[in-house]
Ligand binder design. Structure first.
Ligand code: SF4
Ligand code: SF4
Length: 318
């Protein structure tokens, strides 16, 4: 049955499949609160098309990343694979419970998920239990933890999304990956247009939300010169140097209306996950990724608008 699961997963778009036995989880793990009879967690990782990031890298097309690499993956592609595998398991007499991240529910009272509108999030909800996604992916052998708390896979580096199925079926386990990809180069933090990644690799969710949404004008082709006119620290914001709080982050995001959001409350990514792109470019240059392409991802020097474009604008441009 293990091979049947892998085959079905691959037929439905998954690229990496891993099996974690219950023994890898502590007795008080969320998986046993969600499905007490869990014997195996099946992990499924799906590549994000590399070409989708190229539009943002070139500064030419942005919408595709959010619709194709976030919204459609989360709402269509991954659930379809999860459902088909789960139905097959139930056909064999086992119980199967798909686990996809609920993008709009979080246990923390004052945090946020950069990928969705901050006012569409239900906070402080501990009765809707969710897995620790990164930790579960690592336990399933899908990849290792990269410096900025991201899953790094041998094949695609950080360019993947992932989900799980809990089941009472038992499978031969997949080995946990011995960390060997992340070399702590720091290129992910350097590439963030909003300094959202701390020295220890933690990502500040509000700082990330502001700059994921495009507050850095030097990396946002849609931002007009007069952006944030009513903000005293407008140039700091536009330069990616403003340190935000949850309150100031909300105000800044409310003034980022230069590009439409996607459906399902997904916000359009203007940073294009620059942290992941920089990581990918680094890993590709080192030659450590097993999925090879005919030409390198980065074709020319990185572009950037000048901050002076926002300093000296004519009032009648408004
Ligand atoms: S960019 Fe470097 S430090 Fe960051 S996750 Fe990738 S390999 Fe690790
Ligand atoms: S590059 Fe974008 S996604 Fe990554 S930490 Fe910075 S703002 Fe967040």
């Amino acid at each position: 049955m293990r091979n049947k699961v892998i085959e079905l997963a691959k037929k439905n778009g998954a690229d990496i499949v891993g099996f974690a036995p219950e023994s890898r989880f502590s007795k008080d793990s969320e998986i046993f609160k969600i499905l007490p009879e869990t014997k195996t967690v099946i992990g499924l990782a799906f590549r994000i098309l590399r070409g989708i990031y190229r539009g943002i890298e070139e500064g030419s097309t942005y919408y595709q990343y959010t619709t194709m690499a976030v919204e459609n993956m989360e709402e269509t592609v991954m659930p379809m694979a999860q459902l088909r595998i789960s139905m097959m398991l139930e056909e064999e007499g086992y119980t199967a419970l798909p686990q996809r991240r609920h993008q709009q529910i979080m246990a923390e009272e004052n945090s946020t998920n950069p990928e969705v509108a901050y006012d569409a999030i239900y906070r402080g909800r501990t009765n809707e239990i969710q897995l620790d996604f990164l930790d579960t992916a690592i336990k399933c052998g899908l990849g290792e933890k990269g410096f900025h708390n991201v899953l790094l896979t041998d094949e695609f580096g950080p360019m993947v999304r992932y989900c799980f199925i809990l089941t009472d079926a038992e499978f031969e386990e997949t080995k946990v990956v011995e960390p060997h990809i992340c070399d702590k180069c720091g290129k992910c933090s350097e590439a963030c247009p909003g300094n959202a990644i701390a020295e220890n690799g933690d990502v500040d969710p509000w700082q990330c939300a502001v700059y994921y949404n495009g507050a850095n004008g030097t990396k946002n082709p849609f931002m007009p010169p007069y952006a944030f006119e009513d903000f005293e620290n407008r140039l700091e914001i536009i330069a990616g140097e403003a340190k935000v709080t949850p309150e100031t982050a909300r105000k800044i995001i409310d003034n980022l209306y230069f590009y439409p959001p996607a459906g399902h409350a997904y916000q359009c990514s203007i940073c294009g996950r620059a942290c992941d792109m920089a990581c990918y470019i680094h890993l590709e240059e080192k030659g450590v990724l097993t999925k090879k392409f005919n030409s390198p991802f980065r074709k020319r020097e990185e572009w950037k608008f000048d901050l002076s474009d926002f300093e000296n604008y004519e009032k009648d441009e408004v």
